[in-house]
Design a binder for this molecule. Structure first.
Ligand SMILES: [Fe+2]
Length: 257
């Protein structure tokens, strides 16, 4: 098991400055306003469950988040230095450990970051981990990644699945499409872009189409996939465990560049 705790990767609350806490609060308040009427109900419900520790007042203490996550779905946070390799990433997901960095962006970076910081990792990703179907779909993606780590095509397909769901997923709402992907939830620009930009394409969720849709991780997205429900997300991922052929065999469209 890859364990970053053994390498002394822990969150040191005393190292955060007043400026860090203030930036957290600015990002938090801004996104709560931006997300109203756009983010899925499950996200706000989950944030409410975590509200004692995940709020606009101070940078959250991961120990307190862990207590709630462990109690609800058995997940916890694994502190990592930043983006990590695919194999440890999937291994940690399979063990219900979600990777988070502990650094927070600077005031000059409120709108754009090249690498995810802890606002993306915690405000964006953590809340829905209290949702049982979402959390289980995430674990299963990890399990599949571990199982097929030596199949490069399967790993590309799983990365695309993760990208178009966990990072940039949309879901059917009462009267319009809603957000559940962490890459959107944590970005004020991407939240507005989906509803305001001309040319954004929202495609009904289809796992084979996702497997053959390359993505570019340093550009704003133009293509999004819309789930019918979280139950659909869980069922589609669970089906890959039972019938993995679609994941491990067949043609694969590669990125053109
Ligand atoms: Fe992310």
């Amino acid at each position: 098991m890859h364990d970053f705790k053994e390498k002394n990767m822990i969150q040191e609350m005393s190292k955060y400055t007043n400026e860090d806490h203030e930036i957290w609060g600015i990002l938090f308040d801004r996104q709560i306003i931006n997300l109203k009427g756009k983010v899925c109900r499950a996200y706000f419900d989950s944030l409410e469950i975590l509200s004692e520790t995940l709020n606009n007042k101070v940078i959250p203490d991961f120990k307190n988040i862990d207590k709630v996550l462990l109690d609800r779905t058995g997940w916890s946070i694994e502190v990592v230095p930043g983006l990590i390799e695919v194999e440890p990433f999937f291994t940690l997901l399979a063990a219900k450990r979600f990777c988070s960095s502990t650094w927070i962006r600077k005031r000059s970076q409120l709108d754009y970051l090249e690498e995810p910081d802890m606002f993306h990792d915690t405000f964006g990703h953590i809340p829905l981990l209290v949702h049982p179907q979402y959390a289980e779909a995430m674990r299963l993606i990890g399990e599949l990644g571990v199982k097929y780590i030596d199949n490069p095509d399967a790993i590309i397909r799983l990365k695309r699945l993760y990208w178009f769901t966990i990072e940039f997923g949309l879901i059917k709402g009462a009267d319009k499409v809603e957000i559940y992907g962490a890459g959107i939830i944590s970005s004020s620009g991407e939240t507005k872009h989906i509803y305001e930009s001309e040319g954004v394409e929202v495609i009904p969720f289809d796992i084979k189409t996702i497997f053959n849709t390359p993505f570019n991780n340093d550009e704003i997205q133009w293509k999004y996939f819309e789930l019918e429900s979280m139950d659909q997300f869980y069922r589609e991922v669970a089906k890959l465990v039972e019938e993995p052929n679609v994941l491990i065999e067949g043609e694969l469209v590669l990125a053109s560049s």
